[in-house]
Design a protein around this ligand. Sequence first.
Ligand code: 13P
Ligand code: SF4
Length: 358
Amino acid sequence: MSLPLPAIPLPNSRVDSSIFTAEEIQEEAMRLQRAIKQHQRWPLSACLNIAPLTLEINRLKEEKDVFLIAHTYQTPDIIYGVADEVADSYTLSKAARDAPQQTILFSSVRFMAETAKIVSPHKTVIHPSPEAGCSLSDGITAQDVIDLREQYPGVPVACYINTTAAVKAECDVSVTSSNYLRICERLPGDRLIFVPDRFMGAHLQKALEGKKEVIVFDGECEVHAVFTGEKVRNWRKQVGSELAVLAHPECGADVLEEADFVGSSEKLIEEALRLGSEGRPDVMLITECGTAERVLAESEEELNLFGACVMCRHMKATHLEDILQALKDPTEDQIIEIAPEIIDRAQRNLEEMFRLAE
Ligand code: 13P
Ligand code: SF4
């Protein structure tokens, strides 16, 4: 049994396919189909249609020496067709910082592209979908953090990386879903302010019980807020105790209580693949659909994915056509610009994250 993945509108190639030979297109389509590994959702006809696009993007990337980064929640044609690096937000921020290329194209939501610019201000960072936000980063302003600091003087402020550059500039350190427990535990004092994710904040408070008090903001991820503990319990009843429940820490407390494993999008994939390799194929992934798409593509074993994933409309706002256009001739709003004064302060915040996470 496999997870019912929602349909993704398949891209329409607008590239002049006559620049590539029929053999090149056929070979590229077969490469895409093998990599995506979902022959029903991505039949050869769909792969043939997008092959000229991926060929042209890859050609331009090389010509212009661009490093193309994609978050796991991007669609499989982007991930397996054109991305040089795919991972969770922590790994991608390091990849952006360390890339030798002077131009980065970040296929993802705005705050991740801003983060790439903050950690490498001398590089050009292109974000193909300027409108692609995030309910967490859009739900808090720099002024909210300034107000919290006034209310709790001297208390360190940790922000989830899902925040704008202006918010990061007001906070002491950023954290991601792969390191929030480790970093917050290492902050000085017996109190900390955590913004903006109230679910991750509650999980943190539970983990730090008796050690630190966590003052939490009230933002949430519109995708992970949809899952409920009741649905997980129902699936457990149907499948049995062999079902491994893997959840992202942006989920609510009732979901996380049911989970056997909590981790970032990348850690969830690693865990699902590990379980499969140990002969434990029954897995429930409680997160955005991109994680399941990668597990299906990257698992060598047949896994049974139970439950239903939820799609992030912001993450799915970028299409191959947008990437091609932005690579060819980015518009002003597709090039990330951040005021130097904000970059300086936000950079200190992210350097602190790298220091405390390692
Ligand atoms: P990850 O760092 O786990 O990829 O999370 C980013 C995100 O936005 C999840 O919703
Ligand atoms: Fe933001 Fe949630 Fe979408 Fe991640 S899944 S980008 S947290 S809205």
